[in-house]
Design a protein. Structure first.
Length: 334
């Protein structure tokens, strides 16, 4: 991105609607937290379920590269292992919010995976305190911060525990806006999580789901039919089906596109990413960062990739405006 274009995009008020708190952890911060908390970055990760995950050999040394989605999950688990206190959560969130502020991001909806910490037998109250503290830090800097508690497809249970944790956190002052669904798309079916999402809807949470990241358009179609999410995370394969594309165009359901994440997980080539085809087909698409600390590409980098794929300045402005229009806030910001 040229300096002039970068300044132009940074000057656009925008939201990041799909960013994972743990995914904001840079290699440098991973090293620091590991040292402070006495966690070895080379030792296997052992969960209370008996699952053992081997992190990348170069964890914390440089931006990682992944041979498979499981490699990515293992690295993500190592990040989760080093986050142990209110201070750790606040520190990571400060990094996220400061970066957002520099990019013209004025509203953030960040994913947090509470049940993953339970797999480490980690008490959640200090982490929830960190989420509250992060909200104050963001507010003081003119950024609104809301949380999405995500159900992990690969985790035990049907996700109702995540909804109950969200209720507990919300009653304690954590601004939980939504319940999401993440993890390997082929691990479980949408019907497995229907009771959890019905509970979430009754409790007044917005409904989200990752879909169409690695799964095909028919998988997206099934998930939308069963769970009826308000937004879809990734959704890159929607465009492969004319009927699914038409359903998204007609409904206006938002797609949170994360182009660099898709490219660096090996799901598609950079030049072939469909984000501009999706937008020009009339779909409601926004650009998001997903895991900027892991992939080394922030929100502006994803706008840069859209520009490289042909987005005009007007289209970049439309992406930014759409991100605010699709945000979960009582009154839409513009």
């Amino acid at each position: 991105m040229t300096e002039n274009l970068r300044e132009f995009v940074a000057g656009l008020p925008k939201a990041d609607l799909h960013v994972h708190l743990e995914g904001c952890c840079s290699p440098e911060l991973l090293r620091e937290l590991a040292a402070e908390n006495g966690v070895s970055l080379t030792e296997p990760i052992r969960l209370r379920t008996g699952f053992v995950a081997v992190p990348p050999a170069d964890a914390g040394k440089r931006l990682p590269s992944f041979r498979s989605f499981q490699d990515f999950v293992n690295y993500y688990l190592k990040i989760t292992e080093v986050i142990q206190s209110e201070k750790d959560v606040r520190r990571l969130a400060e990094y996220m919010i400061t970066s957002c502020q520099e990019q013209g991001v004025i509203h953030v909806e960040a994913y947090f995976s509470p049940t993953t910490y339970l797999l480490f037998d980690r008490p959640l109250d200090p982490l929830f305190a960190g989420l509250r503290s992060a909200q104050e830090f963001a507010r003081d800097r003119g950024v609104t911060l809301r949380w999405i508690f995500d159900i992990v497809r690969n985790a035990p249970g049907n996700g109702e525990d995540t909804v109950r944790l969200a209720q507990t956190a919300r009653s304690g002052g954590v601004d939980v806006a939504a319940i999401g669904l993440a993890g390997a798309e082929d691990a479980r079916t949408p019907n497995d999580f229907l009771p959890a999402f019905e509970l979430a809807r009754r409790e007044g949470f917005h409904i989200l789901a990752h879909s169409g990241e690695s799964g095909d358009a028919s998988a997206v179609e099934e998930l939308v039919r069963v769970l009826r999410p308000e937004r879809i995370g990734h959704g890159r394969t929607v465009i492969e089906s004319p009927s699914v594309t038409e359903e998204f165009r007609r409904s206006g359901r938002c797609i949170e596109a994360c182009p660099w994440s898709n490219v660096l997980l090996g799901l598609c080539d950079r030049a072939a990413h469909p984000v501009m085809r999706m937008k020009r087909a009339g779909l409601n698409v926004v650009l998001c960062s997903d895991d900027p600390g892991i992939f080394g590409h922030d929100t502006l980098s994803n706008y840069e990739l859209a520009s490289a794929l042909g987005a005009t300045r007007d289209e970049l402005s439309e992406f930014a405006a759409a991100s605010l229009q699709n945000a979960f806030v009582p009154e839409k910001r513009s």
